[in-house]
Structures are given as C-alpha cells and as structure tokens.
Design a protein around this ligand. Structure first.
Ligand SMILES: *[C@@H]1O[C@H](CO)[C@@H](O)[C@H](O)[C@H]1NC(C)=O
Length: 285
C-alpha cells in the first residue's frame, strides 16, 4: 500500500470519529425535544448528516484499504455533499435563531421573555396555534414547572429566595406570570392577583393557578421556547463548526492524496501490480 493510501485510510478513521460528536449533538437535541425544547423535527437533519458521515467514512476507509478507486470516488463525491449539507445546516441554525433574547427585570435575577422580540420562520411556526397546542402539551407533559418547586423546611421557598433564582427560559416564560402583571408570589407556580395595577400585557389575563394551565397559553411561554431553542442550537452549532473546519481540512488533504495516488498509478505503469489503462486526462472527478 502506498503511503497516501495509509493517509487516506487514517483520515477516514478520523472522519468516522468526527461523526460521533455530530450524531451526539443530534441525539442530545432529540432528548431535549422530548423534555424541554419540545420541537421535534429540528434534530433530524443533524442525525442524518451524522449517520451519512459515519457510513461514508467507512466506505472511504474500505476504499483506501483495498485500493478500490470506485469506493474512493464515491467517498469524495458523497463527502462533498455532506460538507455542503453541514454548512447549510449551520447557516440555517443561526438564521432561524437570529433574533431575541431574555430581558432583565428590576429586582429579579431571572430574565423574562417577550414574543414580539422574535421574528422569522421559527417564531411563526411556534406561534401558530395548531402547532403551539402540540408544543404546550409537550411542555405540560414534561412536568418542567412542577420540578421547579423548592421547599425550605417543608414550606415553599420565600418570594425573596425565588426572585434570586436563575430560571431557564421555559420556567420563566411558562411557569409563572410575567413580573409586570403584579401577581403576588405564593409558591413557584401559584400566584395571587395583586391589588389592581395589572399591566397592559395580554399574558396577565392568561395566567391561571390551575397547575395544568399556568402560563402555557402565554406569549411569554412561546418566547421561552424560542429562547430555549436558541440556546441549545447555539451549543450544537459550536460543535458543528469545529467539526466542519476539521472535515474540510481532511477532505482537501484526502483529495490531494487521492489525486497523487492516481498520478503515480499513471506515471509508473511498472510500479505496482496493477494494470492501468492509458487515460486521456488527469481530471479524475
Ligand atoms: C404550589 O401550590 C399549589 C397549590 O397549593 C400546588 O398545587 C402546587 O403543586 C405548588 N407548586 C409547586 C411547584 O410546589
């Protein structure tokens, strides 16, 4: 075997390893989809990319080991599209989670979330009533709000303790009324109407102390879902970008090694025990 074949084989092995974090990211997103994020289609492109990468790196590995040119070409060809798909996915992930972030409110450590801060395709999708009913029942089933409860010596934590907590966007948006509505804290998910002064925010009238209603129909809850998605997508995107950069380097090196192999095959007809037809051109792909 030529050195460059060893190299290609080695690169393919590394590529195989690279598919693991991609697949891991997809699987992590899908566990989030069943628990906190409640959006169940976004992880699939990533899982498909991860599995394709895994499969094609094995094909490339076999191609390098057995000096199988067809497999090698298939590898280089498919790899090109996988890299393109990964780039597309990264751009998409950034584009759909582009806008919106939590807001600081006075005397609270947690942030609050407003739907009007968000825009674009993902927001329209989440805000769409038929779609929202699925997402909100998923959040209800995840029991995220019930898990928020903390007790101190058998009684719920005090309001002051609660105000000092860091809440995730779902907890803040879906499990409690917006601060501006002036509700009075009883426990994390039970708030009595305050004296008068209810904000102009429509969410204020949507709040319910029924433990299976809470603020699940509030706009703040939709915003919380979008903020939560943004967080988890950004995390996955960081991994994807690192993997992408390494993949492109491997691809360029692998492609150069493949070209080099072919040239040597053409230039040294007596070199290896392999009959090569005279080729009209060096353009291989
Ligand atoms: C808050 O109080 C209500 C009513 O007593 C109860 O049903 C609910 O489970 C409590 N919530 C938490 C998070 O402890």
């Amino acid at each position: 075997m030529r050195t460059s074949n060893h190299l290609i084989g080695f690169l393919n092995f590394l590529t195989f390893l690279l598919s693991i974090p991609i697949l891991g990211g997809g699987i992590w997103l899908s566990t989030r989809a069943n628990n906190t994020d409640c959006l169940k289609f976004l992880q699939w492109p990533l899982i498909v990319i991860g599995v394709s990468l895994m499969t094609i790196s094995l094909a490339g590995f076999a191609g390098a080991c057995y000096r199988n040119t067809v497999l090698m070409r298939l590898y280089l060809f498919v790899m090109f599209f996988i890299i393109a798909a990964l780039i597309g996915f990264i751009i998409f992930a950034y584009a759909v989670t582009d806008k919106g972030s939590g807001h600081q409110v006075p005397n609270r450590v947690y942030s609050e979330y407003y739907l009007q801060e968000y825009s674009g395709w993902l927001k329209d999708r989440v805000a769409d009533e038929s779609y929202w009913s699925k997402i909100s029942s998923c959040i209800r089933d995840s029991k995220a709000c019930g898990k928020m409860g903390r007790t101190v010596g058998g009684v719920p934590e005090t309001a002051d303790m609660f105000y000092l907590r860091k809440l995730n966007p779902i907890e803040s948006g879906c499990c409690k009324p917006p601060t501006e509505c002036g509700y009075v804290y009883v426990n994390e998910t039970f708030w009595n109407p305050g004296g008068g002064l209810v904000g102009s925010n429509l969410d204020c009238s949507k709040w319910s102390n029924e433990q299976d209603q809470l603020c699940y129909s509030c706009d703040s809850c939709k915003a919380g879902v979008l903020a939560s998605l943004k967080k988890s997508w950004r995390k996955v995107s960081v991994i994807n970008i690192v993997v992408l950069i390494i993949l492109v380097i491997f691809y360029v090196v692998g492609y150069a090694a493949f070209r080099n192999n072919r040239r040597m095959d053409n230039d040294e007809p007596f070199g290896e025990a392999r009959m090569t037809k005279a080729r009209p051109s060096r353009i291989q792909l």
